[in-house]
Design a protein around this ligand. Structure first.
Ligand SMILES: *Cc1c(COP(=O)(O)O)cnc(C)c1O
Length: 426
């Protein structure tokens, strides 16, 4: 397989590791900034376009603040994410609240800070009223689920009919009618129909469906459609031989559908929103880990100091993450390894039967495309701790943007910490 470029060298990592022990996440500030600029350029044709970064992908205030400089808002799904957004200075309509199975306190807080609430279900109209009272916000959004399968050409991309999210077509009409009666003045339509799509056609295909629905809802319910939210789902090329999405081509594809459907219907003032997570961050974050063991039994194993607690996607979905052995870029990939973490779970493998250059203990491995849905999916199985997050700044310096967890953090939720004091000197 061909190589994927890393944004760091072995020498840089050796230097960074003197201060910050492995494993750690490293984010590339320049990559994040350049990409955010490209996203804005791709949709510059749409007056009022805004990317609402999906906080769950990379919930770190330093990252959110970088994106804020490019006019990005945030898409939140929980009270914790809302509070982080508010703490970073996001206000009102810069915050989209797209949740499901929503707890009362989350809606209450979203309403309090003036976030745009995106209702996942028709029953949430009454539920929301029981929390915020009869005065509804001026701007509200509803999440649409067309059911069936989502097709592009003859390819089935995903299966919305099997997904728990959103409202049916009939429910969308009923919801908009009822919300209008409750005083809502401006409406948004949201849908997320396929995940990690590596094709430039996903957004344009989805947009065409939502634009047609917008025209219908405007006619049938007499409402003002203020925005269409294409949500997330734009993927990245995890494998080196996969073609990358071109956000410029994607933006242009959406523009064509916009002109064909919305402009033609006299709705040329509708704003486009996106809620990308993966596309905004995945390629610009890596896990850096050190080889601490090699094991030769029925297969060849390389044991590293990171584990699925730091990056669960391979263990959870069998997801491919490319691995570079630093300093051995370009060396022949003539060894076959399973690269494993230390969890008592056989799925804790960053790679299975992977062709790599010969690896030695002490080598640093870079696990690519971990910048989204990486750190944030972490957990604490086997009492393993989450690692630090570092930012490689544009000037080449490194800033710690989240410290590693300590055992004190792990034990902090127990009441019987006195017992642990006996072991303090261990
Ligand atoms: C997860 C999620 C996103 C981001 O998805 P990506 O695949 O990371 O782009 C956006 N919106 C909602 C509502 C989500 O649940």
């Amino acid at each position: 397989m061909s190589e994927k470029n890393t944004f760091v060298t072995k020498e840089q990592i050796e230097e960074i590791a003197k201060t910050y022990p492995t494993p750690f996440y490293l984010y590339d500030e320049k990559g994040i900034r350049d990409n955010a600029k490209k996203v804005n350029e791709a949709f510059a044709w749409n007056h009022g376009f805004r990317e609402y970064f999906a906080v769950k992908a990379t919930p770190n205030p330093f990252i959110l603040k970088i994106l804020k400089e490019y006019g990005c808002g945030v898409d939140c799904a929980s009270i914790a994410e809302l509070k982080m957004a508010a703490a970073c200075g996001f206000k009102g309509d810069e915050i989209m609240f797209s949740s499901n199975d929503t707890p009362r306190e989350d809606y209450a807080y979203a309403h309090k800070i003036g976030a745009i609430i995106n209702l996942d279900d028709i029953t949430h109209i009454d539920y929301l009223e029981s929390i915020i009272g009869p005065e509804f916000p001026e701007v509200m959004s509803c999440r649409y689920n067309p059911g069936g399968v989502f097709k592009m050409g003859n390819d089935i991309m995903d299966n919305p009919g099997d997904a728990k999210y959103g409202m049916t077509h009939e429910q969308m009409i009923e919801a908009f009618t009822r919300l209008k009666e409750k005083g809502v003045k401006k409406f948004g339509i949201h849908a997320f129909l396929a995940s990690n799509t590596v094709t430039n056609d996903y957004y344009p295909t989805l947009a065409a469906q939502l634009f047609e629905l917008a025209v219908e809802l405007k006619d049938k319910c007499g409402v003002d459609i203020a925005f269409i939210n294409l949500s997330g789902g734009v993927g990245v090329a995890y494998k080196p031989d996969q073609p990358s999405n071109d956000i410029g081509v994607i933006g242009d594809g959406v523009r064509k559908k916009y002109e064909e459907v919305l402009v033609k219907a006299g709705m040329g003032d509708v704003k486009i929103c996106t809620e990308m997570g993966r596309f905004m961050l995945a390629p610009y974050g890596v896990v850096v880990t050190k080889v601490i063991h090699e094991k030769h039994i029925y297969k060849e194993y390389i044991g590293v100091d990171a584990c699925a607690v730091n990056l669960i996607r391979p263990a959870m979905y069998g997801a491919y993450h490319h691995i570079t052995v630093l300093g051995k870029e370009g060396a022949p990939e003539d060894h076959t390894y399973d690269v494993t973490g230390s969890l008592c779970e056989n799925s804790d493998k960053f790679a299975v039967d992977r062709k790599l250059p010969e690896i030695e203990i002490g080598d640093y491995l870079v696990i690519h495309d971990a910048g989204a849905h990486g750190y944030s999916m972490g957990y604490n199985y086997n009492g393993k701790l989450k690692c630090a997050e570092l930012l490689l700044k544009e000037d080449g310096s490194v800033q710690m943007i989240r410290r590693a967890e300590t055992l004190d953090d792990y034990f902090a939720t127990f009441d019987f910490c006195d017992i642990l004091k006996d072991h303090e000197d261990l």
